[in-house]
Design a protein around this ligand. Structure first.
Ligand SMILES: [Zn+2]
Length: 550
């Protein structure tokens, strides 16, 4: 039998024998403050179930691991939606003394109401293995070089894990350093050598070489993940590709997000080939501008896919391409271009940069602005709102709304949302907006103050404030102290309205009707009183800014 040292457990609510477990978990959930799981994000809801599982004597594997292994914690790995079932699966990894237990995984499946559907867990009990390493990463490198020769290349610093050594006699838990993706160069014997990529596992107490684990060999770029600092000096999680030589590029194969470097060429100049060249690492770390562009585009693509169930801007898996380090042929500067734009004919983003404290800073750093610009691409593909006067203001407003929805997507509490647009790009020419209070940024917030002007395509960046305020009213609508809508519901409403019901010449009243129409279908299964309350909230949101349905 394959021994990985992990205790496994699975349970599904439809199982007849699950009843005592469910009852036990419910009992544990009853301890502490009551919470309506529907109002929680899936991670929080899953964590409540996880904590109940740990406390429950009916789930012995995980509760024993916890009792036997002090300082155990579970960290979220990922949350995924499975469209075929409509359920969400939250994955956790087990840590002990802040060190991951190799191979551990707890998966909690929830339905759309965050009710428990199934549980799977595989957790370990490293017991009394000392969590403090007595050798250093430099010692690990020596062990690797001794085994693979001085030419072996470590892609990343070694990291500590609890590892179950099933080759030891008897099998035992160890504290090991794992150096992932070590590139070995086998001696040549006439043929061209194929680089060999392996993970090295070295005992963190004895320096013993515990194992070398092969990585799957592929002749092409394969999916991987990486962490890197963006243009705001924040650590971002990236989905990337890695080739057989350990080269890494900013291509996310999951969502087809690709980021390129135009190397300060004029994006619209004769002879310039967009999107530019791949952003490779090695030889050097990725440039922060590219990390920002990639991570932010990824968040947009994730939002489209996870929240709106849309695969790419065209709904058919279209690539989402960004180019950083762009300049403009109509600007004399060879380094500065104060803009970020969706280029419809190229179906891609281009990002300029400007000096901040003597350093060139990319327009790709601001997540809300990136989401705003890419939403122009979505609008371009769907409603096609003409970019002038009221339809242009509506176009701007939908970009602002999705900019806010996407940049706040990881904040489940709407009360904590940031309603400002472009604040990271202050004093750069990007107009600032505040959806909660448009007048703060010199935008009207009511039809009475609609600006009639020939400038700015008929005030598209000004009158958008009116529709923005209606959106703010809708998103934050409350009944008896509770939000009327979840953030996903409002996203679905605006999304269905924009992509299904609006036309190129639609105005604010069309938008109100489109949203009301979307709501009638979306909340069809709600109790009549709830549905009526939601529809009334939409009407109130628009009435307050003077946009009637007629
Ligand atoms: Zn815009």
């Amino acid at each position: 039998m394959y021994a990985n040292g992990l205790d496994s457990y699975t349970m599904h609510v439809d199982d007849a024998e699950s009843a005592p477990t469910i009852a036990s978990i419910d009992e544990e959930l009853g301890v502490g403050p009551p919470a309506d799981t529907r109002d929680l994000d899936p991670e929080t809801a899953a964590r409540r179930y996880l904590n109940a599982m740990i406390a429950s004597p009916e789930v012995p594997s995980i509760s024993t691991a916890d009792a036997e292994t002090p300082a155990t914690e579970y960290r979220t790995v990922r949350t995924e939606t499975v469209p075929l079932t409509g359920s969400r699966i939250v994955k956790f990894a087990q840590y002990r003394h802040r060190i991951p237990v190799y191979g551990s995984l707890v998966t909690i499946e929830l339905d759309e109401g965050n009710t428990l559907v199934s549980i799977g867990s595989a957790v370990g009990e490293p017991g009394d293995v000392d969590p403090v390493a007595t050798i250093s990463p430099a010692d690990v490198q020596k062990v690797i070089h001794k085994d693979a020769g001085e030419s072996a290349v470590l892609a990343d610093p070694p990291r500590l894990y609890y590892y179950f050594d099933n080759t030891a006699e008897p099998n035992k838990w160890r504290l090991v350093y794992i150096a992932q993706n070590v590139q070995r160069h086998p001696p040549t014997d006439g043929d061209s050598p194929v680089p060999d990529i392996v993970d090295y596992l070295v005992d963190a107490h004895t320096s013993e070489l515990v194992a070398t684990l092969p990585r799957v060999y592929t002749a092409t770029w394969s999916p991987d993940t990486a962490e890197a600092l963006d243009g705001l000096d924040q650590k971002r999680e990236l989905r990337i590709e890695r080739d057989e030589n350990g080269n890494r590029r900013l291509h996310d194969p999951e969502r087809k997000v690709e980021t390129y470097d135009l190397d300060f060429k004029k994006w619209n100049g004769p002879g310039t080939r967009l999107p530019g060249k791949d952003v490779l690492n090695p030889p050097a770390a990725w440039i922060p501008a590219a990390v920002s562009a990639h991570a932010n585009a990824q968040e947009v693509a994730d939002f489209l896919f996870n929240v709106l169930r849309r695969d790419g801007l065209d709904g058919m898996g279209q690539r989402l391409i960004s180019s950083v380090n762009c300049t403009d042929m109509f600007e004399p500067s060879t380094t500065i271009w104060r803009n970020a734009a969706w280029i419809p004919m190229r179906a891609q983003m281009v990002y300029g940069q400007r000096p901040v404290n003597g350093e060139l800073t990319s327009y790709a750093i601001a997540k809300d602005v990136v989401a705003h610009e890419i939403t122009h691409g979505l609008t371009d593909r769907t409603a096609g709102l003409v970019y002038q006067s009221e339809s242009g203001a509506l176009n701007e407003s939908y970009s602002d709304i999705f900019g806010i929805l996407i940049s706040n997507q990881h904040e489940p509490d709407v009360a904590q949302w940031n309603w400002e647009m472009g604040e990271d790009l202050n004093q750069t020419g990007i107009p600032l907006r505040d959806l909660s209070n448009p007048t703060r940024r010199n935008q009207p917030a009511h039809m009475d103050d609609f600006l009639v002007t020939g400038a700015d395509n008929g005030g598209v960046h000004t009158n958008s404030g009116i529709h923005n305020k209606a959106a703010f009213n809708l998103i934050t609508a409350k009944h008896n102290g509770q939000h009327v809508f979840t953030s996903s519901e409002v996203a679905a409403l605006f999304y269905i309205a924009l992509t299904q019901f609006l036309s190129s010449t639609s105005g604010f009243a069309d938008s109100r009707r489109a949203i009301e129409r979307a709501a009638k279908t979306l909340f069809q299964q709600n109790p009549p009183a709830t549905r009526a309350r939601k529809l009334a909230a939409i009407g109130d949101a628009f009435d307050a800014v003077g946009v009637s349905a007629l």
